[in-house]
Design a protein around this ligand. Structure first.
Ligand SMILES: [Zn+2]
Length: 70
């Protein structure tokens, strides 16, 4: 039996970890292990905002460090 974390117990939804993939100049994208994927962003800050917004809406964890080179 797999124990659910306290966070999962709150709303019964599976949560992931969201992070930003920096794919190069002018191409960053927020992706989450729950299956979420933000659109391609020209600004890394915009992708970071996508990640934070997703984390708040879906109650996913925000990765640390948030931005990783891919
Ligand atoms: Zn997520």
């Amino acid at each position: 039996m797999v124990m659910a974390s306290p966070r999962d117990a709150l709303d019964g939804v599976e949560h992931g970890t969201v992070l930003v993939h920096a794919l190069g100049l002018g191409h960053s994208v927020a992706v989450c292990s729950c299956g979420y994927s933000g659109g391609r962003r020209f600004l890394k800050a915009a992708a970071e905002q996508d990640a934070w917004e997703h984390a708040m809406v879906r109650h996913c964890e925000v990765s640390s460090p948030l931005v990783v080179a891919w």
